[in-house]
Ligand binder design. Structure first.
Ligand code: SF4
Ligand code: SF4
Length: 57
């Protein structure tokens, strides 16, 4: 289980990158991606995202 960013919704603001306590989020081609092997499902990225792109998968 991990959070997953909806690429269609993500606007690439990178606000979530700094919020992740385990550095699981990386910027890729103007969108952000979550490494499912590192995500601890804390929900911090979802809390800070302006477009509600990170979803519980
Ligand atoms: S849910 Fe938490 S650990 Fe997982 S990507 Fe978001 S901020 Fe990082
Ligand atoms: S905070 Fe939301 S819109 Fe901004 S990069 Fe992260 S997932 Fe994308």
């Amino acid at each position: 289980m991990a959070y997953k960013i909806d690429a269609d919704a993500c606007i690439g603001c990178a606000a979530c990158v700094d919020e992740c306590p385990v550095n699981a989020i990386s910027d890729k081609d103007g969108k952000c991606e979550i490494n499912p092997d590192e995500c601890i499902e804390c929900g911090a990225c979802a809390d800070v995202c302006p477009v509600d792109a990170p979803k519980e998968a």
